[in-house]
Design a protein around this ligand. Structure first.
Ligand code: GLN
Length: 569
C-alpha cells in the first residue's frame, strides 16, 4: 500500500519547502523506494501560467504541456518521479472541477460546500498518485499555515489520515528557528506557535524540519520537542546552505531524516546510495576553471524568475569542472547604456525566454554584441527570436525586421504567429506547450552536443520563425540546425562560423539535472571555458574589459516591479 508524506510550512514563506520535499524524495529514491511528488498550491489561478515570474518565479513546463509551479523543477532535478498534470493542483483547478461537477448535476440536491466537496476533491487528487508500484507519495502544501487560502488543503490532509489510517501518513512541518542577534539566542517560539496552529486544525506534525542560520543546540532541540509534542529525534535541523542547494539532502541525512521516515512509515527501504551525489558536490567544490556568464533578461533582482536557467548553468559547470559565476543583467539597462559598457568581459551571454516588449531591444543588442565579438551565445525561446531579429536587421539588411508580438506593422515579420494561434483569445494554457520532437542537422553544433539527431524538448511560446525568410537567412549564413520532424517549424538556429552561437525555440533548461547536465548548456559553458582559457593566454589580455565589468553593479529592479506576494510560498 502506498504511504503518504505531507510537507507543510509555517512561520514565514520562502523557507524552501520545495527543496526540502525534493530532497526527501531524492533520499527515499536512493534507498530504493519508488516515489511520486506533488504540489498543491492555494492560489486561485488555475495554473501559474498567467502569473508574472517576478511575483511567483518561473513557470515550469512539463512534458505533457502543463504549466506548473517552479518547485516542480526541484522535484525533477532531485528525483526521477515522473511528473504530469497530476503533480500540481491549485485552488483554482480544484474549484473549477467541483463547479463543473455541480453544473453537470453530479451533486443534485446537495448544498455544495468546502467541507466535504472541496476537501473530497483535494483528497481525490492526492489519491490519484497512489498505485501498487508506488511506495510513497510526497505532497507539498504551498503557502504557510495560518493563510486563509491554505485551510481547505490542511483540512483535507487531516481527513486523509482518517481515511487511509494514521500509520500510513506522515506530517512533516517546516519551520524557521531564527537567531536574534540582540539577544544572542535562537528563538523557538515561532516554531511553537506554528505547530500550535497546526494542532488547532487537528494535525500533530510528526517531524519538524527547522530552518536555521546557526546550529540548534541539544537544549533547544529538547525544548522544541517538548513544546511541540514530538520526540527529540524528530526535530531535524536544516541549516542554511551557502554553497549549494544540492547540499540539502546531505544535511538531512546527517540528521537521519531518511531513517526516521523509513522507520515511522515502515517502508521496505534498502541502504542509502549517495555516492553519485557526493561525487557531484566534490566536483562542484573543486573546479578547474572559473567563468562568468551574463544572463540578459527582463528581470534581474529576482533569482527565481530564471530559476531553471541558473540551475542548468550550474549543472553545465559541474560537467565542465567550471565554477560558473552568473550575472543577471537587465536588458532595459543594456538598451540604455549599451552592450559595450554592460557586457564586456563575460565569457558567455545567454538571452532567456520572456514576454512583453520591455527590454527587447536590449536583448537584440546583446545578441549583436555576442555575434560580432565571437562570445559564446545561447538564446532560449524569446532569446532565439531576438537572435533572428538581430540577424535580419544587421546581417540580412532588413532594418525594420521584428516580431509581430512587438511590432504589428513591421515590414519584415521574421517572427510571427502561426494561423493556429491567430484565433486564440484566452491566455491560460493556450500556447504551444510541452514536449515536441525536433530533428537536428547532422554536423551541426547542436547535433554534436546532443550526440543525437532526434530530440524531445519542451515548448512554451506562441510565436515562431517565419518560414518565408528561411532561404534568405540561410544564404546569409544562418544555419537551421533543428526543425520539427515535418520541417514546418524552426527549432534551432546556429551560426557555423561563430565559436558557439546556438539559439533554440524551446526550453532546454527544463531538462537539465545536476547529475546529467543538458547537452546545450554543457556545450555553451564548454565554449565559455575555452574562450576564457584563450583570453588568458593572449599576451595583451583584455583587462580594460574586466575593469568595466567590475563596475557593473547588480541592478535593483525591485522598485520597478510589483511587490512580491507574501503568501506565495
Ligand atoms: N513571447 C514569445 C512567444 O510567445 C517567447 C516566449 C518565451 O520566451 N517563452 O513566442
Amino acid at each position: 500500500m502506498t504511504k503518504h508524506i505531507f510537507v507543510t510550512g509555517g512561520v514565514v514563506s520562502s523557507l524552501g519547502k520545495g527543496l526540502t520535499s525534493a530532497s526527501i524524495g531524492m533520499l527515499l529514491e536512493r534507498r530504493g523506494l519508488s516515489i511520486r511528488m506533488q504540489k498543491l498550491d492555494p492560489y486561485i489561478n488555475v495554473d501559474p501560467g498567467t502569473m508574472s515570474p517576478y511575483q511567483h518565479g518561473e513557470v515550469y513546463v512539463l512534458d505533457d504541456g502543463s504549466e506548473t509551479d517552479l518547485d516542480l523543477g526541484h522535484y525533477e532535478r532531485f528525483t526521477n518521479s515522473p511528473l504530469t498534470r497530476d503533480a500540481n493542483y491549485t485552488t483554482g483547478q480544484i474549484y473549477q472541477s467541483v463547479i463543473e461537477k455541480e453544473r453537470r448535476g453530479e451533486f443534485l440536491g446537495q448544498t455544495v460546500q468546502v467541507i466535504p466537496h472541496i476537501t473530497n476533491e483535494i483528497k481525490d487528487v492526492i489519491h490519484k498518485l497512489a498505485a501498487p508500484d508506488v511506495d510513497v507519495v510526497i505532497t507539498e502544501i504551498g503557502g504557510t499555515v495560518g493563510d486563509i487560502e491554505s485551510q481547505p488543503f490542511l483540512e483535507a490532509i487531516r481527513q486523509f489520515a482518517l481515511d487511509v489510517g494514521k500509520e500510513n501518513c506522515l506530517y512533516i512541518h517546516l519551520t524557521l528557528v531564527p537567531y536574534l542577534k540582540a539577544a544572542g539566542e535562537m528563538k523557538t517560539k515561532p516554531t511553537q506557535h506554528s505547530v500550535g496552529q497546526m494542532r488547532q486544525i487537528g494535525i500533530q506534525p510528526d517531524i519538524l524540519v527547522c530552518r536555521t542560520e546557526k546550529p540548534i543546540s541539544a537544549d533547544e532541540r529538547a525544548k522544541i520537542a517538548l513544546f511541540c509534542n514530538v520526540p527529540t529525534r524528530a526535530v531535524i535541523e536544516e541549516r542554511d546552505k551557502e554553497f549549494s542547494v544540492y547540499e540539502v539532502p546531505l544535511s538531512l541525512v546527517e540528521n537521519e531524516l531518511d531513517k526516521l521516515i523509513v522507520d515511522r512509515l515502515g517502508l521496505p527501504a534498502g541502504p542509502l546510495e549517495l555516492d553519485p551525489w557526493r561525487e557531484l558536490l566534490h566536483r562542484m567544490r573543486n573546479p578547474d576553471h572559473e567563468i562568468s556568464i551574463a544572463v540578459v533578461g527582463k528581470y534581474a533582482g529576482h533569482r527565481d524568475a530564471y530559476k531553471s536557467i541558473y540551475e542548468s548553468l550550474e549543472h553545465a559547470g559541474i560537467t565542465n569542472k567550471a565554477q560558473v559565476r552568473i550575472r543577471p543583467v537587465l536588458s532595459s539597462d543594456v538598451e540604455r547604456e549599451g552592450p559595450e559598457r554592460l557586457l564586456s568581459g563575460y565569457d558567455g551571454i545567454l538571452v532567456p525566454g520572456g514576454f512583453g516588449e520591455r527590454g527587447v531591444e536590449g536583448k537584440v543588442d546583446a545578441v549583436r554584441y555576442a555575434r560580432e565579438r565571437g562570445i559564446p551565445f545561447l538564446g532560449i525561446c524569446l532569446g532565439m527570436q531576438c537572435a533572428v531579429i538581430e540577424f535580419a536587421r544587421n546581417v540580412v539588411g532588413l532594418d525594420r525586421a521584428h516580431s509581430t508580438e512587438f511590432d504589428k506593422d513591421t515590414p519584415d515579420p521574421v517572427i510571427c504567429l502561426l494561423d493556429e494561434q491567430r484565433s486564440i483569445t484566452d491566455k491560460g494554457g493556450t500556447m504551444r506547450l510541452g514536449a515536441q520532437q525536433a530533428k537536428l542537422t547532422a554536423g551541426s553544433k547542436s547535433a554534436a552536443a546532443y550526440g543525437s539527431e532526434a530530440v524531445w524538448e519542451r515548448h512554451r511560446h506562441r510565436y515562431e520563425f517565419n518560414n518565408q525568410y528561411r532561404q534568405q537567412f540561410a544564404a546569409n549564413g544562418m544555419a537551421f540546425a533543428g526543425t520539427s520532424p515535418d520541417d514546418s517549424l524552426v527549432e534551432i538556429v546556429e551560426l557555423p562560423d561563430h565559436p558557439w552561437f546556438v539559439a533554440v525555440q524551446y526550453h532546454p533548461e527544463f531538462k537539465s539535472k545536476p547529475t546529467a547536465s543538458h547537452p546545450l548548456f554543457a556545450g555553451f559553458v564548454g565554449a565559455a571555458v575555452r574562450r576564457r582559457s584563450q583570453r588568458r593566454s593572449e599576451p595583451a589580455g583584455d583587462s580594460s574589459n574586466e575593469a568595466a565589468r567590475a563596475e557593473v553593479a547588480t541592478p535593483d529592479v525591485a522598485l520597478q516591479e510589483e511587490p512580491v506576494h507574501e503568501s506565495d510560498g
